[in-house]
Design a protein around this ligand. Structure first.
Ligand code: AMP
Ligand code: GLY
Length: 433
């Protein structure tokens, strides 16, 4: 039998998400060469890192990527982060014979424009926080003055995960408006602001693969957004995640599929927008049922690290099938055990932090059974791994239950050292006795 041609793949992005996707793709029998742009210290061990910054979706960058793919027989491009998706990278790289994983620009607006996403949710009667969209400073102040209690103020555009202010009172909400619309610290991303009611409950990340028609709900995970143990401190990109979670019962997932995912895909379709890729609903499980906090149009980081540790099946085939509209033809299975992913961050993150600290002990951690360390903000220099970002490593461990997975992930973190390292030892605490 003639052997099947292997697929060379380019992954855009530089975080733990891109490292874990590469790690899982590499396990596929049809995976050829792996390239990352720009990648990190971990991805350099799986394939080749290219000196291309995909956040810039200008003609030069797009041409550079296109040229690289044509000359290196790369027939699949996976777009990891939101910025290039929102700026239309998927549309611009699309080409006959090339598989692009990641939604087009029209669909990516669901993440890139929170005001528009809110409008879509309203139009489709999708449960979400009550909200007002404002487009000038005075209107924002007047609205806040008319409200009582907690509020959440969000820059409508993309702000590197920093544009959301969870406020306990009017004063904090007014200070948020001052940042976003007064000082314009997020630039154009803050031209419109969404002011929401503050919801209470546990958060759940429900990610689904959508191929334009079929929806496959991946194993849900719980992220931990606050920097410090006990959910204290400032919001971050995510300090740890675990899966499965007892919060996601079959009943809840059917409800989310029926009330959130299906109507979202349908309303986009009504507007002529085909969604292909990952649809990520960030939910608050309120006493009145699950409500959408936000939509993302990509894999969650660090949720996907924990999910991929449990995925059984050929990720390459799964992603291809999603992009090609035949998700109903692939089989997806899950390891029943639990995975806990702990993010080791630079001291000071999400505020100011230093880079260039030498990291030791990754090999010792990985020598433990069922432990894998994914790189996020790292780079390899002269045979050493140095810190190069806020979130540095994602230490993932499997266990028969959450307690065992958490203990093992924490023990693995203890073997890893870099100056100023900070991490939460309580990932999963909200569902543990
Ligand atoms: P987002 O990027 O919109 O998901 O917001 C980031 C984080 O802010 C969420 O994960 C929640 O922890 C918090 N958040 C966002 N919207 C609300 C809301 N309406 N009520 C309470 N917390 C919220
Ligand atoms: N972990 C949250 C996110 O990826 O947006």
């Amino acid at each position: 039998m003639a052997s099947k041609k292997k697929t060379n793949i380019l992954i855009l992005g530089s975080g733990g998400r891109e490292h874990v996707l590469g790690w899982k793709l590499k396990q596929s029998p049809s995976c050829g060469k792996l390239y990352f742009a720009p990648g990190n210290g971990g991805t350099a061990q799986l394939g080749e890192n290219l000196k291309i910054d995909p956040e810039k979706v200008d003609t030069k960058t797009v041409d550079e990527i296109d040229y690289f793919c044509r000359h290196n027989d790369v027939s699949m491009v996976i777009i990891g982060p939101e910025d290039p998706l929102a700026k239309g990278m998927a549309d611009r790289l699309a080409k006959e014979g090339r598989t692009i994983f990641g939604p087009n620009m029209a669909a990516a607006r669901l993440e890139g424009d929170k005001a528009w996403a809110k409008q879509m949710m309203r139009a489709a009667s999708i449960p979400t926080a009550e909200a007002k969209v404002v487009d000038n400073y005075d209107a924002a102040v007047a609205y806040i003055e008319s409200r009582e209690g907690g509020m959440v103020v969000k820059a409508a555009g993309l702000a590197k995960g920093k544009g959301v202010y969870v406020c306990d009172n009017k004063e904090e909400a007014l200070a948020a408006i001052e940042d976003i619309m007064g000082k314009k610290i997020f630039g154009d991303a803050g031209v419109q602001v969404v002011i929401e009611e503050k919801l209470q409950g546990q958060e759940l990340s429900v990610l689904a693969l959508v191929d334009g028609r079929n929806i496959y709900v991946l194993e849900p995970a719980q992220d931990h957004k606050q920097a410090y143990e006990g959910d204290k401190g400032p919001n971050t990109g995510g300090m740890g995640a675990y899966t499965p979670t007892p919060l996601a019962t079959d009943k809840l997932l059917s409800q989310v599929q029926r009330d959130v995912l299906v109507p979202t895909v349908d309303i986009l379709k009504r507007d002529g927008i085909d969604f292909k890729g990952v649809l990520y609903a960030g939910l608050m499980l309120t006493p009145a049922g699950p409500k959408v906090l936000e939509f993302n149009v990509r894999f969650g980081d660090p949720e996907v690290q924990a999910m991929m540790m449990r995925l059984k099946g050929d990720l390459l085939e799964i992603l291809k099938a999603t992009a090609e509209g035949r998700l109903d033809q692939v089989s997806i299975d899950w390891d029943k055990r639990c995975c806990c992913c702990v993010v080791m961050a630079s001291g000071g993150y999400p505020g100011e932090y230093q880079k260039g600290k030498v990291i030791k002990g990754i090999k010792d951690a990985e020598a433990m059974d069922d432990v894998v360390v994914f790189h996020a903000g790292t780079k390899a220099v002269d045979g050493e791994i140095l810190t190069a970002g806020g979130r540095v490593l994602n230490v993932c461990a499997m266990g028969k239950d959450l307690k065992e997975a958490q203990a093992k992930a924490n023990a693995a973190c203890e073997k890893i050292h870099f100056e100023g390292a900070q991490y939460r030892k309580d990932i999963g605490y909200r569902v543990m006795k």
